[in-house]
Design a protein around this ligand. Sequence first.
Ligand SMILES: C[S@@+](CC[C@H](N)C(=O)[O-])C[C@H]1O[C@@H](n2cnc3c(N)ncnc32)[C@H](O)[C@@H]1O
Length: 214
Amino acid sequence: MEKHIWLERWENNETGFHESSVNPLLLKHFHALELPLASRIFVPLCGKSLDVGWFLAKGYCVVGVEFSESAVKELFKELEEEPYVVKEGHFTHYSAENIDIYVGDFFDLTLELVGNIDAIYDRASIVALPAEARPKYAKHMLALTRSAPQLLVSIEYDQNLSNRTPFNVDSDELHTHYAEHYTLSQLDTLEIEGGFKGKIPASDTVWLLDDLNL
Ligand SMILES: C[S@@+](CC[C@H](N)C(=O)[O-])C[C@H]1O[C@@H](n2cnc3c(N)ncnc32)[C@H](O)[C@@H]1O
């Protein structure tokens, strides 16, 4: 989906993807990453997710990227943090203690900008992108983070019943993108109550993508 469409969605409050509480699969399975305190967690396509505040409250550092500056402003407001804002290349960089959010395009991020990443939390991120963009997304993610372990929350449903974001990203597809670099473990599946868009049977699945040698 193009940038202007996401920005329009934020402007028009069409943000059904935004969850009003911390993601239950994150709460249940975060421990699987076994991250020491103060680890740096990359949250791609972060929106104004409450999960960011949860990581900070637990004593972790967050690096995020998001197209929408208004979403990022709201994120900092909800965190009750006054951001330091500076232009950096293609990005506007919002920061406060333990948090760095880059306003701009994920695909423009560089290793230099994000710095060392200990883990990735992908919720509604790879699934937000159309099929043709996902191989590029996965490749860029691996390069940016030097294949840091991931907790990835995906959605599965019959793609014939909807052609809109979020897209169905199933086990086969995740293996296509990532099996060369990680061991993939399916940790849990949660049926979406009432179905996706209130009618299509669907489930959220959480994956741990970890060291190939484990
Ligand atoms: C489906 S939402 C998920 C937001 C967040 N992960 C959550 O769980 O609430 C996808 C977000 O990614 C942003 N986005 C989409 N493509 C992007 C890109 N290439 N670079 C940066 N942000 C992007 C959109 O503006 C939107 O806020």
